[in-house]
Ligand binder design. Structure first.
Ligand code: M6R
Length: 367
């Protein structure tokens, strides 16, 4: 059942190239320059004219929502707010009838996300679901939706659900951008081509970095803290990297936007502190390099996730992990992979229960 892998989590990490292909298959017609998504097509006026999109989710799905915030605002120019479902539902939130609420949930059973949906519906908003489990409660409660088609995710630590959620939300943002006229035809096509190239690039990351990541895992497995930094599209990926490490290895980890370091967390940096920094060539690269210099001068240990061929970060970092080049909005799909592997290998080396970490359940159906 684990298909020859030691754990479901590892199997699911390695399934990502095919899972993402399944997510866009039939929806993205690259040659024709078309995206078809029934749930969006049937409600295109309602969604594309939204004054605002509210995204509600928990955990890793909330991180996918944060990535989507960058994509929707960048491409479709619709303002987005991303909320923890648990906070949203109890806050007496302002919800307008012309708001569109996107609920993201792998299981489709998360109690807080479900309650947020019910509240949004009561207030007259249109609710769109992004779920993995077909026929799940959330997929039935929403007005429309799009499945991620990632296949069953058994490991409690979410991996392929995250990258396929980002894929679905990217398709949706592109579709809305085209409809709203906020993206040029050539840029639209370029995005489709780049998205189509992602599965092979993930396969390459898996193939070329796994052994190296094991060495890094061995080196840092006994630390008690770890920081994760990223900017822009990769800030939510830093949060997700930290969550993965906490969840399965029980090592304390925090994710931050790199520029926030100097507002507090930099005080934590000493020679014991590993810092995973996402420093791909796109998106404020120079600023991230100067953040890396700040860590280095305080003797922090740097693990850089960089674009293939990078030389600048390589000189400063203790380790670098290379990912192929892509357009900025799609970098999260690549930079996430080494973080999943790093937390996986650390947890295995520490002899933790990778697929069923203590105190956690796959779907949180109580609040
Ligand atoms: O099924 P959902 O996507 O609604 O679940 C949300 C969170 O409980 C989930 O992502 C959790 O944070 C994962 N264990 C993270 O790996």
């Amino acid at each position: 059942e684990k298909g020859g892998y030691d754990h479901f989590m590892l199997k699911e990490i390695y399934e990502q190239p095919s899972a993402i292909t399944d997510t866009y298959r039939g929806r993205m017609l690259v040659d024709e320059g078309i995206i078809r998504m029934a749930g969006v097509d049937d409600n295109i006026e309602r969604i594309a004219k939204a004054k605002r999109i509210l995204i509600v989710a928990c955990g890793t799905s909330w991180h996918a929502g944060l990535v989507a915030e960058y994509i929707f605002e960048d491409l479709a120019r619709i303002p987005v707010e991303v909320e923890y479902a648990s906070e949203f539902r109890y806050r007496n939130p302002v919800i307008y009838e012309n708001d569109v609420v996107i609920a993201i949930s792998q299981s489709g059973e998360t109690a807080d996300t479900m309650a947020a949906i019910k509240l949004a519906k009561e207030k007259g908003a249109f609710v769109f679901g992004v779920c993995n489990v077909v026929g799940s409660s959330i997929s039935r409660e929403t007005h429309a939706g799009a499945y991620t088609h990632a296949g069953p995710e058994i490991g409690v630590a979410s991996t392929k659900a995250f990258t396929t959620q980002i894929t679905v939300l990217t398709l949706m943002a592109l579709k809305l951008a085209k409809y709203r006229g906020t993206i040029s035809d050539s840029d639209f096509r370029h995005h489709l081509q780049q998205l189509e190239a992602i599965p092979a690039k993930i396969a390459k990351v898996l193939e070329t970095t796994n052994e190296h990541i094991k060495e890094i895992a061995f080196k840092y497995k006994d630390v008690s803290n770890c920081l994760y930094l990223g900017r822009g599209y990769n800030f939510p990926v830093a949060l997700e990297g930290a969550l993965k490490l906490k969840e399965i290895s029980y090592i304390h980890a925090e994710g931050y936007p790199a520029a926030e370091m100097k507002h507090g967390p930099i005080a934590l940096i000493d020679e014991q502190m590993p810092v995973v920094v996402i420093a791909t060539k796109m998106g404020h690269y120079d600023k991230v390099v100067s953040n890396i210099q700040e860590i280095k001068s305080r003797k922090g240990k740097i693990i850089g996730i960089v674009t293939e061929g990078d030389t600048e970060v390589k000189e400063l970092a203790d380790y670098v992990i290379e990912v192929p080049d892509t357009i900025e909005s799609l970098t999260p799909l690549l930079t996430t992979i080494p973080m999943q592997l790093l937390s996986y290998h650390i947890a295995v080396m520490l002899d933790k229960n990778v697929d069923q970490p203590r105190n956690l359940a796959k779907s949180v159906t109580v609040e």
